[in-house]
Design a protein around this ligand. Structure first.
Ligand SMILES: [Zn+2]
Length: 419
């Protein structure tokens, strides 16, 4: 069945915006992109969906989230630093049993779909989000999180992750989602666990994700084992702080030394980086999921946007979880990034943030052949934003309309071709 979907402004992302544009959809695929007039003449019998005063966009990609934690919305007090927040998180998550985590993930999936997200980089620690994500039709990667700083337990921790991947592959044959492993962070996993996990993931073509350079506390810990990771986090959980010697280098250099930094690794956050770190990331080809609202909430500061852009790092956007972020909308994440970096004098071009929210995310999750832009052959995963209440000045050009969207004037939502 052919459906012609038209709107005032169509944003293919991979090419320039189209005024009075349209996409032609055949079942689940895009078969043509152009002006509404041109496609209307080429396909006179197609069913028509006319969005009129609206923006038509590719669906967003949430490159970094934890949908199992959706139920923790508003539970952890604001104003906690990273180490205190992790302690509070472990406590709050410990109060949720598997059924509660599953319901929490289902709610996260519902919210993601409603906000116009087509794929997720989902990290779970209990395995309860994999069913809801696979069954929802969302695409992306579900990562099982490994977290154990004791080098003596590296093998058994990795074995647990391997068993999960094996089980998921058997349980969901033909799934449109891939299954990966997440090394929680350089301060919560041991060096042998990093090295063995990386080797196994590379050998088995298993996607890998790492929270990296998220807080100043993380850098401190890697340099000399001091600071809030020792005094707050490990003191709080009663773990000795000196199971391994400090590597004495930055998080990115440590990941590089342990083999974890390469083009198949997805890094989350990447706030505390200098020019040398960025050079390592670029050289490795790793992608970084930018999560600005979570970074602000956990007092971790602002990712150096201009430095990242100048270095040429592959960037995506992630909302992180509702335990540290106000919503699962990638569009709201982009809007926040727009304001945050502009206030620091590094205003992103609206088209750049649109790219991060869509094609950048698809690229980071290995889905750029299927999602992230409006192109012939790709999936018709669409979002749209009605321009209700907007002034002529705000919507006079596609560029202005996109800037108004990032200023929060309109909210994109999911659009299904059968709607
Ligand atoms: Zn995270």
């Amino acid at each position: 069945m052919l459906t012609l979907i038209s709107a005032w402004y169509v944003f293919p992302v991979s090419s320039r915006p189209i005024v009075d544009g349209a996409v032609m959809v055949d079942r689940e695929r895009i078969i043509a992109v152009g002006t509404a007039t041109e496609l209307g003449e080429r396909y006179p019998a197609a069913r028509r969906v006319e969005l009129r005063e609206a923006l038509l966009l590719p669906a967003a990609i949430n490159a970094h989230t934890h949908l199992e934690l959706t139920a923790l919305e508003g539970v952890i007090p604001e104003g906690l630093d990273m180490a205190s927040w992790i302690l509070a998180l472990l406590r709050a998550r410990g109060a949720l049993d598997d059924a509660a985590l599953r319901a929490s993930a289902e709610e996260g999936v519902r919210r993601s779909l409603a906000s116009g997200v087509a794929a997720v980089g989902e990290i779970c620690s209990a395995g309860q989000s994999v069913g809801p994500v696979v069954e929802s039709g969302l695409r992306g990667v579900v990562y099982y999180e490994l977290l154990n700083g004791d080098p003596a337990q590296a093998d058994e921790t990795l074995a647990r992750g391997q068993a999960r991947i094996t089980r998921w592959r058997a349980e969901y044959p033909g799934a449109r989602v891939r299954f990966g492993l997440s090394l929680h962070a350089p301060y919560t996993v041991s060096r042998p666990l990093i090295e063995r996990t990386v080797a196994w993931c590379r050998g088995e073509d298993v996607p890998l994700c790492v929270h990296a350079a998220e807080s100043p506390a993380e850098t401190r810990w890697l340099l000399d084992r001091s600071g809030p990771i020792r005094d707050t986090l490990y003191a709080g959980i009663g773990r000795p702080a000196d199971l391994e010697a400090a590597p004495g280098v930055s998080p990115m250099r440590y990941l590089r030394e342990t083999g974890a930094l390469d083009a198949r690794t997805l890094l989350a956050h990447g706030v505390w980086v200098d020019a040398d770190d960025l050079a390592l990331v670029v050289e490795s080809g790793a992608a970084v999921a930018h999560c600005p609202r979570s970074n602000t909430r956990l007092l971790n500061g602002r990712m150096p946007w201009a430095d990242y852009r100048a270095a040429g790092v592959r960037l995506a956007l992630g909302t992180d979880s509702l335990a540290s972020s106000p919503s699962l909308s990638v569009w709201e994440e982009a809007a926040y990034a727009y304001i945050l970096h502009a206030e620091a004098g590094e205003r992103p071009a609206p088209a750049e943030l649109l790219r991060l929210a869509t094609l950048g995310g698809a690229d980071a999750l290995g889905l750029a052949d299927e999602l992230g832009s409006l192109e012939v052959g790709k999936l018709a995963a669409l979002a749209w934003a009605p321009l209700t209440g907007a002034s002529l000045a705000e919507t006079a050009t596609p560029e202005r309309a996109l800037a108004a969207l990032l200023a929060g004037r309109f909210q994109p939502r999911a659009l299904t071709p059968d709607a």
